[in-house]
Design a protein around this ligand. Sequence first.
Ligand code: ATP
Ligand code: MG
Length: 420
Amino acid sequence: MESITAVKGFKDVLPPETDKWRQIEMTAHEVFSTFGFKEIRIPLIEKTELFCRSIGETTDIVEKEMYTFIDRGEESLTLRPEATASVIRAYLEHALHAAEAVTKLYTIGPMFRRERPQKGRYRQFHQIDAEILGPDDPRTDAELILMLIHFLGKLGLRNLNLEINSLGCAQCRPAFREAIISFLRGREEDLCGDCRRRLSANPLRVFDCKVETCAEIVALAPLLPDFLCGECRGHFEKVQACLSLFDRPFRLNAKMVRGLDYYTRTTFEVTSEFLGAQNAVVGGGRYDHLVRDLGGPDIAGIGFAIGFERLAAMIPQGVADAAVQGPVLFIAALGERALETAFLLCNRLRMKSIRVEMDHTGRSLKSQMKRADKLKSRYTLILGDREISGNKAVLRTMQTSTQEEIGLDCLEETIIELAR
Ligand code: ATP
Ligand code: MG
């Protein structure tokens, strides 16, 4: 019979890659909680309208990448393409803003976008997402970015490119919009179909277009930072000054607009040449109107999303291997009575949190010793029916290849002592 494969763009994560994933997750929990973040878990499915209203109707994500379906003829639902909208939906639904002036939340999980699958781009991928809701001061922006760089550093990632920009606010963006529309109108026939269509609805999207001719046009376009109002300029300068207090280099990139409509003021991206064509590992920015646009009070916010697969690809497997140890003990049991004793001992020790492995098939001693070696077990207990009759077992220290006899009566205590 023909076997069934996974859906295109949906990927299994296998061991030992999963060890690396867990290592990343544990580091995120540790670093983020040090910076005062609490974890939130949100549903995979939301009402479609949530994403249309937040991400924006004329963005790539909403226009062509969402997995949207009508749930049994009733309502339009969507597999979440990103986490920020859901986090804010939950923040408002449970009135978290009423309890705290500053709410720092993070979440880790799968996102879904119907893109063309390729290296570093999948239809189900994972993100580590962090959001700070409440303050709009520039120190908050700097703090979030510093936490991000610190987190990446803890995973051994340095020499990454951090790029920042400011997209301005409702005061200064209209003037830029006018300037960019009139600039693009003059070159309309050279733009790709998508950009031509979006020209008046969402001219900033042209900055994000990957078509070469559009990129050439954009290279000459007016730049957002030149249009910033005094307040936005001051805010952006302060963000840079705060970042400069730490030895974390960054670059200004006036053309970075990010692919979602809700951003205002500070935006940032972390890229790495190591990743090839899909080089962005983190995207983030401030969104001072999103909470209000989703029906909440006037509360500012800023956040980032780390692409989990791209992050994992940059971390050598060895980093995780060091954290994942082999068993403390391998029990090589030969014969039915020995298997019985080993089964009992093995599972009793595991219930005391000691990593123990055994082979239930009673294969030859040689092949069991081979397996103990392969699993990198610290000790191997050799237990045959003869040893059982003699009320003893042989304990081998794998690193030194030394053996000693221990009595069956004190077996459990001896192993517990060794495992300390
Ligand atoms: P890109 O320009 O690569 O499409 P994006 O701007 O769409 O990225 P964001 O929406 O900002 O990405 O998401 C943040 C991060 O999530 C990205 O920097 C990337 O690491 C990761 N990411 C986004 N889309 C995918 C995908 N389809 N597969 C794997 N990772 C992704
Ligand atoms: Mg994208």
